[in-house]
Write a protein that binds this ligand. Structure first.
Ligand SMILES: CC(=O)SCCNC(=O)CCNC(=O)[C@H](O)C(C)(C)COP(=O)(O)OP(=O)(O)OC[C@H]1O[C@@H](n2cnc3c(N)ncnc32)[C@H](O)[C@@H]1OP(=O)(O)O
Ligand SMILES: CC(=O)C(=O)O
Length: 537
């Protein structure tokens, strides 16, 4: 059996990925992402277009001093020289050389319609531009990759011309011809057929660069590899122009885990989840929870039947071991839970739910509460408090310590005389009993929940100074039965954090402030529980 050719992983997050709407990377961001890509183990990092984008010019200048790449080489991206000129005196081409990148990737027209309409030159001059630019850069000691723009459309329109563009580039010394589905409109079978034809016609080293406009970029990339492409181009998290590029993380995981092709250095793939999420932080694009392999939901199980099988063998409902990509299995607790889901969730949270009565009672309580509008899926902290309270009622465990008892609370919101829109303030008063005795506290806030939070802390901090480390970080309200308008039941999810941990609690009620209060009080109780503050009540 002949050995399969080695595959080269070519990342274009910093160039094509940065073409995504809403994404803007600073030079520091680019350097940080390049380090992550190198940790992942990609072979080539396309850093941007020096000479066209000042930030990219600066990136290459700083990369030369600051990046110590262990696996990757840098590629500078740019276009062939302008029509009617010479590569050696073309400012854009010289900027590619000045970048000092060992690899230069040239975007070239391979679609005759683009040559005449977009470039506004003749097919012959386009061929001369390709040959001249490639030869010049190769003579300067650079490896040249030719990104054949609109290749698949070009081939279907005029096969001979598209092929001639590749042949001219290869003859001038290009190492690789990357076939681009620039408009992302082709389906995997077409991509595979055309790649196979080009391999047959040229025997050249081919790359594949797919956009995701049909939702098939990953599938087309894999199909192209099966057909003989040896360089896979893509971006982290599938960032890119319009609907994005092939998600490199998914492509690489599929190649390694489904096709047994080694594309990353040992240990690289197990870094995939960490790196995909770290890069989301840098790009400020929220991670996509349903992203294959590395998404937060990729190995998360909600249905009771799934959990009951997983308890016996996780492989029964998972296509791969999540640790292969550095991800984790998670269980969700909801109305769809059976006893198995509840028990596994308990295990995840370190709660002993082995008692059958406790397990059934908690399962029933979860279902009943979900029916009322609670959701435990995103509110692990409320689930834990529920388990502990039920366990206590059944005489099977310690209750949540009685840190404080609420006598009453009140909140008013008003505008001051002469105040305009946005000037409303809230004032809250809480009456509590703590270990220190009965206490009344009043505080102001920019809204009712903020004021209640402040009043609660004012009342509690003398007894529990640890509360000073807790912070309310997120507050989400959802109307559960919108048809009732302002009468509807509301659900509040509230996230509290201390130094290093965050947890979510849920409150439900027809009154949004009352629902918020429930989530607020449980958020503080959970925080105190995990800071192991002894009850002083
Ligand atoms: C498929 C892709 O994603 S390729 C990457 C695309 N990325 C970008 O465009 C981002 C960076 N681009 C830029 O900063 C600017 O567009 C620049 C600096 C490259 C060019 O700016 P300008 O000189 O103002 O030209 P403009 O953007 O209006 O038009 C592009 C020019 O490049 C020419 N061009 C397009 N493709 C090629 C090519 N493969 N080879 C040579 N010239 C090309 C066009 O014909 C047009 O020429 P014209 O100025 O004579 O009309
Ligand atoms: C080169 C490139 O990004 C494309 O053709 O899509």
């Amino acid at each position: 059996m002949t050995a399969l050719p080695a595959l080269e992983v070519y990342d274009t997050t910093l160039r094509d990925g940065a073409q995504q709407e809403g994404l803007s990377l600073s030079v520091v961001d680019k350097l940080a992402i390049a380090r992550h890509l190198d940790d992942l183990g990609v072979g080539v990092i396309e850093g941007g277009w020096p000479g066209a984008i000042p930030k990219d010019t600066a990136f290459f200048a700083r990369a030369a001093d600051e990046l110590r790449l262990r696996h990757a080489r840098l590629a500078a991206f740019g276009s062939t020289r302008r029509p009617g000129g010479q590569a050696s005196s073309d400012a854009q081409v010289r900027a590619l050389l000045d970048s000092a990148a060992p690899v230069v990737t040239l975007v070239a027209k391979s679609h005759v319609g683009h040559v005449t309409k977009a470039l506004r030159t003749t097919p012959e001059e386009n061929l001369a531009m390709v040959a001249d630019t490639v030869a010049f850069l190769v003579a300067e000691g650079r490896e040249v990759v030719l990104d054949a723009e609109h290749f698949f459309d070009g081939w279907l329109l005029d096969r001979a011309y598209a092929l001639e563009v590749l042949q001219v580039a290869l003859a001038a010394g290009a190492s690789t011809a990357a076939l681009c589905d620039t408009n992302g409109g082709h389906l995997p079978d077409v991509v595979a057929d055309l790649v196979a034809e080009v391999v047959g016609a040229t025997g050249a080293r081919l790359g594949i660069h797919c956009h995701n406009d049909t939702g098939c970029a990953v599938a087309s990339t894999l199909a192209a590899v099966e057909a003989g492409a040896v360089q896979v181009q893509g971006t982290l998290n599938g960032y890119g122009e319009r609907t994005g590029n092939a998600d490199l993380v998914t492509v690489l995981a599929n190649l390694e885990l489904k096709r047994d092709r080694r594309v990353l250095p040992p240990g690289g793939l197990t870094e995939a989840t960490r790196i995909a999420h770290a890069v989301s932080e840098i790009t400020n694009v929220p991670p996509y929870s349903r992203q294959p392999y590395v998404g937060a939901s990729a190995f998360t199980h909600k249905a009771g039947l799934h959990a009951s099988a997983i308890r016996v063998d996780p492989d029964l409902y998972q296509h791969v071991d999540p640790t292969a990509v550095g991800n984790d299995m998670r269980m969700l607790v909801s109305e769809m839970a059976g006893r198995a889901s509840i028990e596994l969730k308990g295990r995840e949270l370190g709660l002993d739910l082995s008692d059958p009565t406790l397990l059934s009672t908690v399962t029933d309580a979860v279902k009943a509460r979900e029916q009322e509008g609670y959701t435990f899926e995103a509110a692990d902290a409320s689930f834990e408090l529920l388990v502990r309270r039920v366990a206590c009622e059944l005489g099977l465990g310690d209750d949540v310590p009685d840190y404080f008892h609420v006598d009453s609370w009140r909140v008013i919101t008003e505008t001051r005389p002469g105040g305009g829109h946005g000037d409303a303030t809230s004032e809250a008063t809480v009456r509590l009993v703590t270990g220190g005795g009965r206490t009344v506290a009043t505080a102001e806030g920019n809204g009712p929940v903020n004021a209640l939070d402040a009043a609660l802390r004012t009342a509690l901090t003398p007894t529990y100074p640890e509360l000073g480390a807790l912070e309310l970080v997120d507050f989400r309200v959802r109307i559960l039965d919108a048809s009732h308008g302002s009468d509807a039941v509301t659900r509040v999810l509230l996230e509290t954090a201390d130094d290093g941990r965050s947890w979510t609690t849920v409150g439900v009620g027809p009154n949004v402030v009352e629902a918020s209060w429930e989530a607020l009080v449980d958020g503080l109780a959970h925080g105190l529980l995990h800071r192991q503050v002894p009850s002083r009540a």
